[in-house]
Design a protein around this ligand. Structure first.
Ligand code: BYC
Ligand code: FE
Ligand code: FE
Ligand code: FE
Length: 470
């Protein structure tokens, strides 16, 4: 059901709209140029990648060695649902929109641009990681994530070109112009201007930050704008692998650290080439808190308006058992009072939709912590990893004016600063972790600081030649 004959693979019958096809074919070389400059830095001659062959439930992926720049990025939307209706907000029950209603044009365009901006940003952040991959298996997973984030950019650019006219085309150009960490034209959201400087950071990013992607895409999948909904539905299928890379990546780091702790009977495993558990905890604290900022402020009139209009729903909107309008509902927000004691403020549920989504996200994040702690307890190690308090280290939202410890204690600025090095990765931590990062490109071999995976990709063994190097 995907047409690979066209220059741009697609399942949207692109060739029937010559103007759109020409416009996208004009953007394609600019994308490839960006990929060449900002994409993976490591030269390679073929990566064992999956490519979408259909968008259906079963068997959508084909696996083969492909040189990265030959990857067939394209436009893949999930199958339309017959007679799809708007599931929430003031337009609940009306037919989903196949075109953009004029009154919501600016808001929809903004949401699509913000979503689109994160995708190439992450590729830029991960550009150098291929130079220090701990194994060919990991190198392949990095590249798989990278090409799919590139495809997610295509997904948003298609919507901008197809539905937002000249302004949409200009925004599509701007998505290639802004760059992660650029002083003059940075990426839109904070977390996407941070460095992903080492592989522990990469696993944490794919665990915590790609998971924000999962939840945001989940809310856009509910959108009344049907092309956006179908686009996000297929992106979510690809996204599952990104989070698998994160979950099992951290699993394997924790496993290796646990093995070294037992083997050498010390928590101080740095000298033995492992990553101490305190450093892993500080990485968790950083990546989780920065990812929480991606949900926007806990109280948001933007979010209320998006919901009421039908642009952005809740996580699993259709499984919720309320009236899907929320005009009468209330929710509680935890806030520190002036005395530093936590209190609850009752507010309109509409105003707290970012908080609602963030709550779903946090509960999901906790599953990883449980897995990693099980690895530690199975190894007979008492240390436990934990998620810091939602108010810890926040720069967006109601907690950004406070200094809150990982345990949720409200502190004065000086005390918080004194403890910073205990809670967030220090420059010594980064230097140490970076000292462990060296490339291991021999088949079946792996770096000192991470355990091998239990299984390879697509039934292949761990020692498969996942990447052909020059
Ligand atoms: N940094 O009402 P507020 C992914 C701005 S990740 C900078 O609090 P709202 C992926 C906000 O734009 C998923 N600015 O927030 C993962 C607004 O500005 P304006 C990405 C921020 O609007 C890994 C103002 O502050 N997708 O896919 O309710 C690899 C007040 O806003 C930030 C989306 O984000 C921030 N962190 O919610 C690859 C979905 N937070 O309008 C990919 C689309 C807020 O006053 N985006 N601001 O100028 C949205 O739904 C919303 O824009 C947000 C913000 C959830 C981001
Ligand atoms: Fe083949
Ligand atoms: Fe993505
Ligand atoms: Fe992703």
């Amino acid at each position: 059901s995907i047409n690979y004959e066209d220059k741009i693979p697609n399942n949207v019958d692109l060739s029937s709209d010559r103007r759109l096809q020409r416009a996208l074919e004009g953007w394609q070389p600019k994308f490839l140029n960006w990929w060449g400059e900002m994409g993976p830095a490591l030269e390679n001659q073929g990566v064992y990648l999956r490519t979408a062959v259909s968008v259906g439930r079963e068997g959508w992926a084909h696996f083969d060695h492909v040189a990265l720049e030959q990857y067939r990025w394209g436009i893949f939307l999930s199958e339309p649902r017959q007679d799809r209706r708007i599931a929430f907000g003031e337009n609940r029950g009306a037919p989903a929109w196949q075109q953009v209603p004029g009154e919501y044009r600016a808001d929809l365009q903004r949401l699509i641009v913000v979503q689109g901006d994160t995708e190439p940003a992450s590729v830029e952040q991960q550009r150098l990681l291929g130079l220090t991959a701990p194994s060919l298996y990991d190198l392949r997973n990095l590249f798989q994530v990278n090409v799919e984030e590139g495809r997610h950019l295509w997904a948003m650019v298609y919507l901008l070109h197809a539905y937002f006219g000249r302004e949409g085309r200009e925004e599509a150009e701007a998505l290639l112009f802004r760059n992660s960490g650029s002083p003059d034209s940075p990426r839109i959201l904070g977390a996407f201007n941070e460095e992903t400087a080492d592989w522990l950071a990469f696993y944490m990013f794919t665990y915590f930050t790609d998971r924000d992607g999962k939840y945001q895409l989940g809310t856009l999948k509910e959108s009344a704008f049907d092309p956006l909904s179908r686009t996000c539905e297929f992106m979510l299928k690809e996204e599952a692998h990104h989070m698998f890379v994160g979950t099992t990546g951290v699993d394997r780091v924790v496993q290796r650290s646990a093995d070294l702790i037992r083997e050498h009977d010390t928590m101080d495993i740095a000298a033995h080439g492992g990553i101490p558990l305190e450093i892993i905890q500080r990485y968790i604290n950083f990546h989780y808190s920065v990812s929480l900022d991606l949900f926007g402020s806990e109280t948001s009139t933007n979010a209320a308006n998006y919901f009421t209009a039908g642009l952005k729903g809740r996580w699993q909107e259709e499984r919720r058992t309320d009236d899907h309008k929320l005009t009468e509902d209330a929710m509680f927000l935890d806030k520190p009072g002036a005395d530093g004691i936590w209190t609850q403020e009752e507010l309109s549920a509409l105003l707290l939709l970012n908080l609602d989504l963030r709550g779903e996200y946090s509960a999901d994040c906790q599953n990883g912590l449980n897995r990693w702690n099980k690895i530690l307890s199975d190894a007979g190690i008492d240390f436990r990893l934990s998620l810091p308090h939602v108010g810890f280290n926040r720069e967006v939202g109601v907690y950004s004016d406070f200094h809150i410890s990982p345990q949720g204690t409200v502190l004065d600025a000086a005390t918080w600063e004194q403890c910073r090095a205990k809670w967030l990765p220090t420059s010594e931590d980064f230097t140490f972790v970076r000292s462990l990062m060296y490339p291991v490109y021999e088949r079946g071999r792996i770096a000192s600081w991470v355990a091998p995976p239990r299984q390879g990709i697509n039934g292949k063994p761990f020692d498969y030649e996942y990447v052909y190097l020059p």
